[in-house]
Design a protein around this ligand. Structure first.
Ligand code: PLP
Length: 460
């Protein structure tokens, strides 16, 4: 715990000097924020005042093994003491071992690993590889990238223009990067193309990708990028037809398929990689977050060997350098993290406890008319709140549902921050059924209170 005096001085200092992402310091000052977290163990974190919270978001759906794993800290420490870093056309032992491990656990011939520091960088790298690959093969005109509306692939200047969610606020950064083409999102709850079942939605949305490729001309399209399950849409699990169709369409037109597993990877959805739910092998896979459970910055772009081979040979290499690429300390921590995920069967726990969690949330739906939909796979889940369950009408922004909920979640012991009426849930994969019960109870209380305020509390 930090003394009250120190805590207040630190808070003032943060308000004066710190530029936190997506938070406004004037509003934080009014609300007595920011909270600062000083300790963590398992699924719980403790703030500077000694309050303990359950982390329903698992960091940014990223602290897969949970907090406080000393083995990861020790692995990083040992590597840092031995050799913190070395570049210059050489490499290091943990970096080699991590590449080999990733090749072993990712599907099919995905085996050539370019390590970077975060999900945005991994996707930037994937786009560069896709474009350069076509050029290496003499296909000079392929530069367009198809992504889906409602997806998120990162925040840096290129990938910012992939996908798109209303909360991304991209108008500040226009003009859009050239070559960005947007397809519909196969979200069965709100299918943009009017599909009434997950299958119908999946088929229509996959078909729309093919239509875009033919409309733009296949010889202009480099790649399609998609998250196996899109989190900004609230764990929107596509119908089973979607991914196999996407694979066939990309093959038909020589377009590369990039699976963004930044959130979904490393057990989050009850498989090591979410794409395995559909037995599809992408050409490029990007991973981050769970690769090292956020203990250090690390991500990777993993490429099929036959595609990487286009960059072999003299004067042919990918021209792409990042100072921290393949950092040995992060790699050592990641190897330990993956060992924990495997040894402690966290992928299996994600599938099993995730199913239990989802059932409990379905149970809440019986009591709360505000819940329009409960969806997800494993421990990547979402609850979508609606003003009217029959019409799926959304709340007016003036209702300030996210702000009200954030305040209630805190009151009931949850660090659970939402920024829309879609409540994204992604706790550490070590969560137990008892901890799930605690979360569900707190959600239940929060929803009762909200419904009371809105004057809609009633049993359905
Ligand atoms: C699917 C997906 N891709 C990419 C990113 C960007 O990753 P980072 O924030 O590490 O740059 C995120 C981040 O949330 C993500 O969810």
């Amino acid at each position: 715990m930090v003394s009250t005096l120190d805590a207040e001085a630190l808070r003032q200092s943060s308000l004066r000097y710190l530029w936190m992402h997506n938070r406004d310091w004037t509003q934080m000052a009014e609300e007595g924020d920011p909270v600062f977290i000083v300790d963590g163990h398992g699924v719980r974190v403790t703030d500077s005042e000694g309050n303990t919270w359950i982390d329903v978001n698992g960091g940014y759906n990223s602290v897969n093994v949970g907090y406080g794993r000393e083995e990861i800290a020790e692995a990083a420490y040992e590597q840092m003491v031995k050799l913190p870093y070395f570049p210059n056309g050489t490499t290091t032992i943990p970096t080699i071992k991590l590449a080999e491990k990733l090749a072993e656990i990712t599907p099919g011939s995905l085996s050539r690993v370019f390590a970077v520091s975060g999900g945005s960088e991994a996707n930037e790298t994937a786009l560069k590889i896709a474009r350069a690959y076509h050029k290496r093969r003499g296909d000079q005109g392929r530069y367009k990238i198809i992504s889906r509306r409602g997806s998120y692939h990162g925040t840096t200047a290129g990938v910012l223009w992939l996908g798109g969610t209303p909360s991304a606020g991209r108008d500040d950064f226009e003009p859009m990067y050239p070559g960005m083409v947007h397809a519909p999102q196969p979200n069965p709850y709100r299918c943009e193309l009017g599909g009434e079942t997950p299958s119908e939605c999946a088929v229509r949305c996959a078909q729309a990708v093919e239509d875009l490729i033919t409309f733009h001309g296949p010889d202009t399209v480099a790649a399609v990028i998609a998250e196996p399950i899109a989190m900004p849409q609230g764990a929107a699990v596509p119908g089973d037809e979607y991914w196999p169709m996407l694979r066939q369409i990309c093959d038909r037109y020589g377009v590369l398929l990039i699976a963004d597993e930044v959130i979904c990877g490393f057990g989050r959805t009850g498989k090591m990689f979410a794409i395995e739910h559909w037995d599809v092998e992408p050409d490029i896979m990007t991973v981050a977050k769970g690769i090292v459970s956020s203990y250090l910055p690390l991500a990777a772009t993993i490429v099929k060997q036959e595609i990487a081979d286009a960059f072999a040979g003299e004067n042919n290499q990918l021209r792409h350098v990042l100072t921290f690429s393949g950092h040995p300390v992060s790699a050592a921590a990641a190897l330990k993290n993956i060992e924990i995920i495997e040894d402690e069967k966290m992928v299996e726990n994600s599938a099993e406890v995730g199913a239990y969690f989802k059932e409990a949330l379905e149970g809440l739906k019986l009591d709360h008319a505000l819940i329009g939909d409960v969806r997800g796979l494993g421990l990547l889940m979402a609850v979508e709140l609606v003003a009217d369950r029959d019409t799926k009408a959304r709340f007016e922004p003036e209702a300030k549902i996210p702000d009200r909920l954030n305040e209630k979640f805190r009151k009931h012991g949850l660090i659970f921050r939402v920024n829309s009426e879609v409540l994204n849930i992604g706790p550490p994969l070590c969560i137990t059924r008892e901890e799930v019960d605690e979360i569900v109870h707190a959600l239940d209380l929060s929803l009762w209170e909200l419904e009371g305020e809105l004057g809609v509390a009633q049993l359905t």
